[in-house]
Design a protein around this ligand. Structure first.
Ligand code: KIV
Length: 283
């Protein structure tokens, strides 16, 4: 019987006990990524809709569907991680109606997610309540919510004024009252995330929100150096797997061209003498 499996009640209780050490969350979208994250000891694996950008090559997160998210959740969940598996509800999977949202969240749960994450505050309260009522744990996401890219006019820091900070904190309190078990704060001033962490009873998980949150989250490909192009300032790179991968692939291309790959011991031989008098004439 597994004893150290992370669960929603454990993550919630962690805040009550002082959130020390902080919660470590990272995204993963497939089995190798989930195995690496779990072996490293993360508490939460997020099958994020950042999938669209870092794996599928889109410029934003709007193109992934509920079926894409379920497909990648199945790959992660097949590895039976000790980490809690949370999956993002993609754009338009919870915006049209509450029934639709519950059915879509159920697809993710049936694919192996143990909770879902969705973006938004006061405008999502009905949906959050319906999901919680259907026994589906919900993580909130406030601040720079990438599914609102067109409404925001780009990926920009949120809650920079007193008025906007107040709206954000009101949203956070409403989400908590509706039953979310934690909230991600993305790209908000440190002081705002610190205040949210102080006033909320559920854990706050920051990305570009400073050190005071109860936990941190980064995108797998960002932290391992597998993304190319613009790097947001909140990303700390812990590896250069992209460069290492290119070097390894160059080695492979070189060996193929030089005919040094494969070596005899990397192939299969027929039984002793079996093909000695073998001939084949093509008609
Ligand atoms: O999709 C994602 O990766 C996320 C994180 C940035 C929190 O939502």
């Amino acid at each position: 019987m597994e004893t150290n499996k992370k669960s929603v009640p454990l993550i919630r209780a962690h805040k009550a006990s002082g959130a020390n050490p902080p919660i470590a969350m990272v995204t993963a979208y497939d089995a190798p990524g989930a195995r690496m994250a779990d072996a490293a000891g993360v508490d939460i694996i997020l099958v994020g809709d950042s999938l669209a950008m870092v794996v599928l090559g889109y410029d934003d997160t709007l193109s992934v569907t509920i079926d894409d998210m379920a497909y990648h959740t199945r790959a992660v969940s097949r590895t039976n991680p000790k980490a809690l598996v949370v999956t993002d509800m993609p754009w338009l999977s919870y915006h049209i109606g509450v029934r639709d949202a519950v059915k879509n969240a159920a697809k993710l749960i049936r694919a192996g997610a143990e909770a879902v994450k969705l973006e938004g505050g006061a405008n999502r309260i009905k949906v959050v309540k319906a999901l919680v009522d259907a026994e589906i744990p919900v993580m909130g996401h406030l601040g720079l919510t990438p599914q609102s890219i067109h409404a925001f006019g780009g990926f920009s820091v949120q809650a920079k004024t007193k008025e906007a900070a107040k709206v954000l904190l009101d949203d956070a309190v409403q989400l908590e009252q509706s039953g979310v078990f934690s909230i991600v704060f993305e790209a908000v001033p440190q002081a705002v995330a610190a205040k949210a962490t102080e006033i909320l009873r559920v854990p706050t998980i920051g990305i570009g929100a400073g050190p005071d949150c109860d936990g941190q989250v980064l995108v797998f490909h960002d932290l391992l150096g597998l993304t190319f192009g613009h790097k947001p300032k909140f990303v700390r790179r812990y590896g250069s797997l992209g460069e290492m991968g290119i070097k390894a692939l160059e080695g492979y291309v070189h060996d193929v061209k030089m005919k040094s790959f494969p070596a005899p011991e990397e192939g299969y031989q027929a039984g002793q003498g079996e093909l000695d008098d073998f001939s084949y004439g093509r008609n």
